[in-house]
Design a protein around this ligand. Structure first.
Ligand code: FE2
Length: 429
């Protein structure tokens, strides 16, 4: 892993196209000096929303050919049709909108699952005859030099979450991954979950007007009881994300030919040990030819705030992952692990068995999309390369065998830039 400062990053010998994409990606201070967009009262501005206020997109399967369009609303008791077409030509198809209960309320989840879309294509859709037109794009089957996405965790519904949403949307990402603790509904406040979706709908629209698909994995605040609970205890979260998490609460997105994103459950519904760990090993082993292999989960193996108790007999935060998952990340040369939950910004050194190792695995994140804590004893955490108390999300820019990971603070400043390269290719070569 290479660490570069902002000046170095801008001077890197990227290809002209990649450099152009990278400069679009970066929120230069003069463009975003004000950080989030505030109203006169100091509260982040929300644009006028057309259509369902909670509508969002996610992927039920292959991101190059499927999309799931969902929203939560009262039961209108009538059929709704959704029509969609490629943006460039009029080739309208009709998709069925199905409904199911939104737990603990009288409302319904409305869902249209569409498949057989074309990769790397812009689409538009409408809900009924009088509807405005909405836009989205499918993932390309080949990674291009403009491919990028944003990740983070621990959002909530406050003004900082909105500010980070605004910053994230300006990066024009293909998708956003919120890896646990989305709304803080704790599995028992559907109202809070609805508020989270309203914020996402209001702000996670890119500068071209496209809705940005949201991916997620579970955190403790999705679940009533936080750990080792049945699926019913994560009613709001799973009512919309069960289009992907049909049976388990972990899974993998194979995004085109070169990129796999493994999403894990850190003991909230699926236990770490047992089936999930067996599945993880098989999943990583089968993806050794990928150019980009990412893993994301909620609770960190290498926490920046909580106590890991590494080297003591007392289990600390992340001990189960360090025992069962980190050896797999190392054996199968995972490029980057994204982890959260501690409400700071952090980047670890590349690690093998908890020790700094240039061939090890870097752990990025720590969950401060909308939540923050003060620093706590960073000097006692030798695995950390960088840590700060700042709201942030990370933009990942993929180019060939290389990746740039750019952590952006809520006000648009660059907290950190690092580069990772494909270690599996090096090992094969
Ligand atoms: Fe958490």
């Amino acid at each position: 892993m290479y660490v570069v400062d902002r000046r170095q990053f801008l001077g890197l010998t990227l290809s002209a196209a990649a450099f152009s994409a990278a400069t679009n990606l970066l929120p230069f201070d003069d463009r975003y000096a004000q950080g989030k967009v505030l109203g006169a009262d100091g509260i982040p501005l929300s644009p006028q929303i057309e259509g369902p206020e909670t509508m969002f997109l996610t992927w039920p399967g292959d991101p190059t050919s499927t999309i799931c369009i969902q929203w939560i609303d009262e039961d209108h008791g009538r059929e709704i049709t959704l029509a969609y077409s490629p943006l460039e030509i009029d080739d309208w198809q009709v998709a069925k909108v199905v409904t199911k209960p939104f737990p603990m309320t009288n409302d319904k989840v409305y869902r249209a699952s569409i498949s057989s879309l074309k990769p790397g294509t812009e689409y538009r859709f409408r809900l009924g005859a009088d509807s405005p037109t909405f836009r989205f794009r499918t993932m390309p089957s080949k990674i291009t030099d403009t491919f990028h996405f944003v990740t983070g965790g621990d959002a909530g519904t406050g003004s900082h979450a909105i500010g980070t949403n605004q910053l994230a949307a300006r990066q024009e990402p293909y998708f956003a991954l919120i890896a646990g603790d989305l709304a803080y509904d704790n599995g028992k406040s559907p109202k809070t979950f609805v508020k989270y979706l309203k914020n996402y709908r209001a702000h996670m629209v890119d500068p071209q007007g496209r809705l940005i698909p949201m991916l997620a994995c579970p955190g403790n605040h999705e679940v009533d009881g936080a750990y080792r609970q049945p699926r019913e205890k994560a009613g709001s979260y799973l009512s919309v994300f069960d289009c992907f998490y049909r049976d388990t609460t972990y899974g993998v997105f194979d995004i085109g030919d070169e990129f796999s994103l493994v999403l894990l459950d850190t003991d909230h519904i699926s236990t770490i040990e047992g089936e999930q760990t067996s599945w993880l090993e098989k999943t990583l082993a089968e993806r050794q030819s990928k150019q980009h292999l990412f893993v994301a989960n909620h609770v960190p193996a290498y926490p920046s705030y909580r106590s890991s108790n590494i080297g003591s007999d007392k289990p600390g935060t992340g001990s189960a992952q360090r025992k069962l998952w980190c050896p797999l990340f190392e054996r199968y040369n995972v490029d980057v692990v994204l982890e959260h939950h501690d409400h700071l910004f952090k980047r670890t050194h590349p690690l093998t068995n908890g020790m700094k190792d240039q061939n090890g695995v870097p752990y990025l994140g720590d969950g401060s999309w909308g939540m923050l804590r003060p620093l706590k004893e960073p000097e006692l955490r030798p695995y950390l390369a960088k840590v700060s108390s700042s709201y942030h999300m990370t933009a990942h820019h993929l180019e060939g065998d290389e990746r740039y990971h750019i952590a952006l603070e809520e006000n648009g400043r660059i907290a950190d830039v690092c580069m990772t390269k494909n270690k599996r290719a090096a090992k094969r070569g």
